[in-house]
Design a protein around this ligand. Structure first.
Ligand SMILES: Nc1ncnc2c1ncn2[C@@H]1O[C@H](COP(=O)(O)OP(=O)(O)OP(=O)(O)O)[C@@H](O)[C@H]1O
Length: 639
């Protein structure tokens, strides 16, 4: 029996943590304990990954061996089933000799699965040479008994403190040790983990079955878990997208989508990216999805689940898509919990995007009603996509719904009633003009969402005959009449009074006549006025040089909002007819306050003060007249 021990080696041949070189040149020194701790405890999201790493090493070892025997690729014996209370992972792979153990198991970051250029060998899963260390999350020492087809039996124990023992077992293992029978039947490796206090439930039947199924259902190699009631095979299931019978494939894909990808799908689209060795499905969500909340994807690499919540696998606009797929060519990150961001991943993302887009274009041209149902759910995504893609724009723009002041409408429906499609440049403008324009029968599209504004602007690209006009709150004036001159004369005194009141908050007042009569006043505060106000406020704050510079860009126009009183409104007419000056002033402030609120304008400090003042005054009046104690007015009943 040959026995050796030492620290788990940190590099190939530097003797690891040797003393620092006094001359100043030399190799980095490595604190082994810290390194093992870092790689075993801090790299992974949780201790449950230990089983994935065992699975993966077994599958790689079987792949390297190339032949099989009667044993499964991997037999897992959970700690609550094993006679010694430990977890065993016994594989029928290629096995290791003492030299391999030293070179690969006992050297951190050394993987037999990489070639000399450091590239991953494409048929194997591992590549970083650290995965086994994840077992230290559930145990203090990792015991390995292994043998190559023609080599001696080797026993190795690696500890979390960075030390190991290596023994060549000339006589093998005692016959009562079940690993002896396993390795007597052929080459392979048995990894044994003694649960650390508090981790036994991660190594028991329930956990092992769940983890083996979770990560390895689609592994092509037989993996069995021993349970109290017999052995259960957890691998070998064909991924739904690879089923050859179309009906079975459809049903299995839907079941997968419902169970794993969130609800009944709108559609399950097969996807393929040969450059990444990728095949799978893109599930188009049947539920309304929120723009910007991208879906997470279920990604398998060579049959092994990488993660069921991989982000960023599809372009941003495709947030209604969730994929389930297997890929040979994509690279995992070192913790195997996400995909490595490289050119191939970027290409894959674009290729999946193209396939979703092609499906959409086909649906739009051949199944307009189905497309309409799709748009009801996902129009925000399609709008984003259409702006980036001329062909899609041409196809979907006529189908897309837009918010207008007359309800939701498509652009062709609008064009059926008008030659010009009017769209507001900002949501503020839409709020201000919507009701007045609607009352005049003028349709206006809400361009508040910049994407809608941009899409309406692109209408001419799709329909060269169509005219688009971008309007602001100021344009509403073109749709309201001035009040007649004699009416102006009639109410000149009252109007002057109202002007004085609102001059105090920097607002101009005009008397107009417009529909609907139910709207007493309209506050026009267009973007240009707001901008002037802001620039002038800044100019007043900064020093002379900057102030002069800002002044040079000032067009001298008005910065004041304008209140258009509607002379067709009965309340306005009553206010202008009031003889009590005080009440008229309160009413003027209230009319302004109402217009301010109904247009959802941003409130300046003076506006807030005015609202409070006018509200209090109204309250006082209401309480003052109606709130007298009842005892003074109620007649007493005589006995
Ligand atoms: N069951 C096994 N059978 C044969 N060799 C193994 C086995 N487990 C580990 N090894 C050897 O030990 C090396 C290190 O394994 P480890 O799991 O730490 O990293 P890896 O699988 O190479 O890469 P990764 O960090 O990506 O998982 C492997 O490259 C392999 O040579």
């Amino acid at each position: 029996m040959h026995k050796a021990s030492g620290p788990v080696e940190a590099t190939e041949d530097d003797g690891s943590a040797g003393p620092p070189d006094p001359a100043g040149d030399g190799m980095f020194q490595v604190d082994l304990r810290g390194m093992v701790d870092l790689l075993s405890h801090h790299l992974y999201s949780g201790p449950r990954v230990y089983l994935r790493e065992l699975l993966q090493n077994a599958v790689d070892a079987v792949t390297v061996r190339g032949t099989s025997d009667d044993r499964p690729a991997l037999r897992l014996v959970p700690c609550d089933v094993a006679v010694d209370g430990r977890l065993h992972a016994m594989d029928s792979g290629v096995g290791l000799d003492a030299h391999d153990v030293r070179t690969f198991l006992a050297t951190i970051g050394r993987s037999s699965k990489r070639d000399e250029l450091g590239l991953a060998r494409s048929d194997l899963l591992g590549q970083f040479g650290i995965g086994l260390l994840s077992c230290f999350m559930v145990t203090d020492d990792i015991e390995v008994v292994t043998r190559r087809a023609d080599g001696p039996w080797v026993h190795w124990v690696g500890r979390a403190n960075g030390s190991y023992d290596l023994t060549v077992l000339a006589d093998g293992l005692p016959a009562e040790d079940e690993r002896a029978a396993w390795l007597a039947d052929g080459p392979g490796t048995c990894v044994t983990l003694t649960p650390r206090r508090g981790t036994a439930e991660l190594l028991d039947t329930r956990a092992v079955l769940e983890l083996a199924r979770h990560h390895g259902t689609y592994l092509p190699h037989p993996v069995v878990v021993r349970t109290a009631s017999g052995e259960v095979e957890t691998s070998g299931k064909t991924p739904p997208w690879r089923l050859t019978d179309p009906e079975q494939r459809r049903t299995a894909c839907r079941e997968l989508a419902e169970a794993e990808l969130g609800g009944t799908p709108f559609h399950v689209l097969p996807i393929r990216v040969p450059e990444a060795g990728l095949d799978g499905v893109a599930v188009i969500s049947g539920q309304r999805t929120t723009a910007g909340r991208a879906g997470r994807h279920r990604v398998h690499l060579k049959g092994m689940l990488l993660s069921d919540s991989v982000p960023d696998l599809v372009p941003e606009w495709a947030f209604f898509v969730r994929c389930a797929l297997d890929a040979h060519g994509l690279r995992p990150t070192a913790n195997r919990e996400a995909l490595f961001e490289d050119d191939l991943l970027e290409h894959t993302r674009a290729a999946i995007g193209d396939q979703v887009r092609t499906w959409l274009v086909r649906m739009a041209t051949t199944q307009p009603q189905r497309m309409q149902r799709f748009l009801d759910l996902h129009h925000v995504a399609v709008k984003t996509m259409a702006l980036e893609d001329d062909e899609l724009l041409r196809i979907v723009l006529p189908l897309l719904p837009f918010r207008t002041n007359q309800g939701t409408s498509t652009l062709p429906d609008l064009l059926a009633t008008t030659d010009v499609v009017r769209v507001t440049a900002a949501r503020d403008d839409f709020r201000q003009v919507a009701s007045v324009m609607a009352a005049q029968g003028v349709a206006v599209v809400d361009g508040g969402a910049s994407i809608d504004l941009e899409l309406v602007r692109r209408l001419a690209d799709v329909d060269p005959g169509a005219q688009v006009e971008v309007i602001t709150a100021a344009d509403v004036e073109g749709h309201v009449r001035l009040a007649a001159e004699d009416r102006h004369r009639e109410v000149a005194h009252a109007l002057a009074d109202v002007r004085v009141v609102l001059d105090g908050v920097g607002v101009d007042v005009d008397l107009r006549v417009f529909a609907p009569p139910s709207v007493p006043a309209l506050l026009v505060d267009d973007g240009a006025a707001r901008e002037r106000r802001e620039v002038r406020a800044v100019a007043a704050e900064v020093d002379d040089v900057w102030g002069a510079l800002l002044g040079a860009f000032d067009d001298g126009g008005s910065e004041r909002p304008r209140l258009l009183l509607n002379d067709a409104n009965p309340t306005v007419r009553r206010v202008l007819a009031l003889s009590d000056v005080h009440v008229r002033r309160v009413a003027a402030e209230s009319l302004y306050g109402r217009a301010l609120l109904s247009g959802s304008h941003r409130l300046r400090p003076v506006d807030t003060a005015l609202l409070e003042r006018s509200f209090n005054a109204l309250l006082d009046r209401a309480v003052g007249t109606a709130g007298e104690p009842e005892t003074t007015t109620t007649p007493r009943s005589t006995p």
